[in-house]
Design a protein around this ligand. Structure first.
Ligand code: ADP
Ligand code: ZN
Length: 185
């Protein structure tokens, strides 16, 4: 099964993607997670994308597509995958379409998670995430059993650096502008 999960920041894409990938043995491809890992490891790619993410802006389309293509080309994706947070612009959708048709890969389902913005804002303020396996927690409604330690893998659970109030506001603005552009298309 090949799935695209789409929706606003904090709509639950990451949570659902982790659950689905475990249940059905699919590769979870989150562009956000890939970028955060590269930033943590201080790689050249990490350095290139760091400022965009810190300011709540989108990473350029070509660069994002290049990262996704590299991941999709790995053998494990043959068992199926979930794209979480990609594509999120018209240009990314175009680039992906081109990539898929050249590689002979077909997407089975596209799922859009719809949720009210005020619900998301309070959710993001309480969101924490495992550095290692990317499991998402909520300090109120879905806390870890041990403070700061992932239930699933024992990894460190942290607050994302772009979940501060100002950056969240900016991410919504960017998201809404992108969605309007898609609707006008
Ligand atoms: P969210 O859906 O909550 O914004 P993500 O982890 O998907 O969280 O993304 C975090 C950040 O990573 C985004 O704000 C953006 O800067 C960057 N990013 C992730 N996916 C993409 C993408 N498809 N295109 C451009 N930038 C992206
Ligand atoms: Zn974990």
């Amino acid at each position: 099964m090949r799935i695209i999960l789409s929706g606003a920041p904090g709509s639950g894409k990451g949570t659902q993607a982790v659950e689905l990938s475990r249940k059905y043995g699919l590769v979870h491809i989150s562009t956000g997670n890939i970028f955060r890992e590269e930033i943590a490891k201080r790689t050249p790619l990490g350095k290139e994308v760091d400022a965009f993410i810190r300011h709540g802006q989108l990473v350029p389309d070509e660069l994002t597509m290049k990262i996704v293509a590299k991941r999709l080309a790995q053998d494990d994706c043959a068992k199926g995958f979930i794209l979480d947070g990609f594509p999120r612009t018209i240009e990314q959708a175009r680039l992906l379409e081109k990539y898929l048709s050249t590689s002979g890969i077909r997407i089975d389902k596209v799922v859009y998670l719809e949720i009210a913005e005020d619900a998301i804002v309070s959710r993001l303020a309480k969101r924490v995430q495992c550095e290692r396996c990317h499991q998402v927690y909520n300090i109120d409604s879905r806390p870890t059993k041990r403070n700061g330690v992932c239930d699933s893998c024992g990894g460190k659970v942290i607050v994302r650096s772009d979940d501060g109030a100002e950056t969240v506001k900016k991410r919504f603005k960017v998201y809404n502008e992108t969605i309007c552009a898609i609707n006008d298309f």
